[in-house]
Design a protein around this ligand. Structure first.
Ligand SMILES: C[S@@+](CC[C@H](N)C(=O)[O-])C[C@H]1O[C@@H](n2cnc3c(N)ncnc32)[C@H](O)[C@@H]1O
Length: 396
């Protein structure tokens, strides 16, 4: 493909991504893969170049653009070589006309930035959109960090993550045979800190209420040496189904999965009521802490979608609390830096649940900043995804 044809393809893919962001459709990665399947004539170099253009535009543009062309024109304004490709050549984009609209660039829409936790400093925007490193977590059931260091000598330690090993973003670690053998998982440091913060130990009964595909469930099983009973729940059948084969690969044998019926979660969990030593609520959220990996999430967040997340989060913390045994602990987590999803949710819960208290001291030294009655992690401060975490103890 000519460079101009690659650019036109990127514009068409951005059209689909922007529409999907507005309609709540499939994520950018899925749309990119679908577009490439439909263009089998594109070789691997073409694919790489188109992908770079698409993601550069997503990172540059602050909210869903009116068109892919408007997004790419915004990028071209600071890149003369790119602007020169709008040349009207066959399969390329039409020349730039006077006064053509540009998408707005920047970190995020001002109304969204206003929602950030007050700890997030004005200088943190760059780190929030930088390409993230590839973090691995050694699966203690099969390997230690030293083995990862031998497998990937180009890596480095991750502060405060005893099983963590950090690699350059482009490393194809999941293609390594050791991944198939369950020696490690790909898991951002923030998720590793969160799993450790649960303070799970052998012999405990643990509920992972929003387990999804089980990334953190497996980290919890690894922390306990596969010596605790873990109930992994989710309302999403497709995600939860990924857990069994992953657990088998990891050698985790004490995880039971349970699909929850939305609205009937309490009934389905009646046998666990007041019986869990630890409950992890990794709640659905805006994902505003993960823009490094999924920059198009900032194109997706609308006030009504945020309201839905807030309602789900409040419901899930309260549901999780009902499962905790007297004196047991609940860890609430969101991969978000929006104060209403983080510290405000915990304040509201503690106001409504007398006797519950907020813990401290569950993050490694130097990691996170106190945010209300929890802690905030950010890419700039902690070199990991943005997360809010709060560990709460039930009355005895
Ligand atoms: C942040 S994700 C969890 C990620 C997962 N813990 C991991 O480490 O990969 C939030 C999950 O909550 C699930 N969820 C949404 N509503 C729920 C509900 N009412 N009960 C349980 N899970 C729910 C979503 O399907 C989604 O998988």
């Amino acid at each position: 493909m000519t460079p101009a044809a690659r650019l036109q393809t990127a514009i068409e893919i951005l059209d689909a991504i922007a529409a999907s962001a507005r309609d709540g459709g499939p994520p950018a990665d899925a749309l990119f893969a679908e577009a490439m399947r439909a263009r089998r004539y594109a070789g691997s170099k073409d694919r790489r170049a188109i992908r770079a253009l698409v993601y550069d535009a997503i990172r540059a543009v602050r909210s869903a653009p009116p068109s892919g062309r408007a997004a790419m024109l915004a990028l071209a304004d600071s890149d003369p070589d790119l602007a020169a490709l709008f040349d009207g050549s066959p399969y390329g984009p039409a020349p730039i006309a006077d006064g053509e609209p540009r998408a707005e660039t920047g970190l995020a829409a001002p109304a969204l930035i206003d929602l950030f936790d007050p700890l997030v400093g004005a200088g943190e925007g760059g780190a929030m959109l930088e390409r993230a490193a590839l973090d691995l977590r050694a699966n203690r059931l099969k390997a230690g960090r030293d083995e990862l260091a031998k497998l990937f000598p180009e890596g480095e330690l991750i502060a405060g993550a005893p099983d963590g090993w950090r690699l350059p973003p482009e490393t194809a670690a999941a293609q390594h045979p050791a991944y198939g053998e369950g020696l490690f998982e790909v898991q951002d440091a923030a998720s590793q800190y969160a799993a450790a913060a649960l303070d799970a130990a052998a012999g405990m009964r643990i509920v992972d209420l929003c387990a999804g595909g089980g990334g953190k469930t497996l980290a919890i099983a690894s922390c306990t040496g596969d010596a605790a009973d873990i109930l992994a729940c989710d309302t999403n059948r497709a995600r939860l189904r990924q857990l069994a084969p992953r657990a088998e690969r990891a050698g985790a044998t004490r995880i039971e999965t349970r699909l929850l019926d939305p609205g009937k979660e309490v009934d389905v969990l009646a046998d666990w009521r007041g019986r869990a030593d630890r409950v992890f609520v990794d709640a659905p959220c805006s994902g505003s802490g993960t823009w490094r990996r999924s920059p198009e999430l900032r194109w997706r967040l609308t006030p009504s979608r945020l309201d839905r997340h807030l309602a789900d989060q409040a419901k899930l913390i309260a549901l999780g609390a009902e499962l905790v045994a007297p004196g047991g602990k609940l860890l609430y987590a969101v991969c978000s830096i929006i104060a209403r999803e983080g510290r405000a949710q915990v304040d509201e819960f503690l106001d409504r649940h007398p006797g519950w208290t907020a813990d401290g001291g569950y993050l490694p030294a130097g990691i996170g900043r106190a945010a209300g009655r929890g802690f905030l992690l950010t890419p700039a401060h902690d070199r990991c995804d943005g997360f809010f975490l709060a560990r709460l103890t039930a009355p005895c």
